[in-house]
Design a protein around this ligand. Structure first.
Ligand SMILES: *Cc1c(COP(=O)(O)O)cnc(C)c1O
Length: 219
């Protein structure tokens, strides 16, 4: 790295730290954050941002896919990593090998993963995604009921978090409030409550839409 590159990186990391400190001001008592570092942290360098985020107290890191998570592991990151997009059956062995937490939004995938973990005698933490109005992925209310019935049989999967995603936190606060209400209602079906509950991204946080959940996802 040349001196010029180095100062460029430092300026960006300073800006990143200032940004996180400012966003922390919007977080409620007891809330922590997941740092999203997908797409190489939007070009800022996933590894560098991950290290800073962990220093600043990030509880987890979020990546788009298994490949991005694997890369961070190979660079020496040992913190919990959540894969945000749905993973494929063909990625199961790597998820397990690199201890990457999948976001699960289908019972089929959960069963296949559980079977493989059983063969290996291992467990894996995961987060469950609920559809509260985005209609792209996640369990609907009725699918969730079926999933929860199967939950006791998925012995190798450890439910660590429940999440959803705002479809339009930037331009439709009314719709977001409706999503939040659905999220709260679906959360009542979990007993005990999972360790992490999260729906808000950065823009939802600054729009004061982050009151449900003890974790926010900062991009
Ligand atoms: C990318 C992503 C984020 C980060 O969103 P920003 O709008 O950049 O804050 C949060 N949550 C999920 C599920 C994402 O995929």
């Amino acid at each position: 790295m040349t001196i010029k590159d180095r100062s460029w990186v430092e300026i960006h990391l300073d800006a990143y730290r200032a940004n996180i400190e400012a966003l922390k001001g919007f977080m409620a008592q007891g809330q922590s954050f997941m740092q999203i570092v997908k797409a190489d942290a939007y070009g800022h360098g996933a590894f560098e941002i991950a290290e800073q985020a962990l220093e600043l107290g990030a509880a987890l890191l979020g990546v788009a896919n298994c490949e991005e998570g694997k890369l961070l592991r190979l660079q020496g990151i040992t913190a919990p990593i959540l894969v945000l997009s749905p993973s494929l059956d063909t990625e199961i062995d790597e998820l397990i090998e690199y201890e990457l937490r999948p976001t699960i939004s289908a019972l089929d995938f959960a069963s296949t993963l559980n079977t493989r973990l059983n063969e290996l005698g291992k467990q894996l933490h995961y987060h469950l995604k609920l559809d509260t109005g985005m209609h792209r992925s996640g369990f609907s209310e009725s699918d969730l009921e079926s999933f929860l019935k199967e939950l006791p049989s998925l012995k190798h999967l450890v439910l660590e978090g429940v999440l959803s995603h705002f479809a339009a936190s930037e331009n439709n606060p009314q719709f977001s409030r409706e999503q939040e209400e659905i999220f709260r209602r679906l959360l009542l079906k979990f007993n005990p409550q999972p360790k992490f509950v999260h729906i808000a991204n950065s823009s939802a946080l600054v729009s004061e839409l982050a009151s449900s959940g003890n974790l926010v996802r900062l991009g």
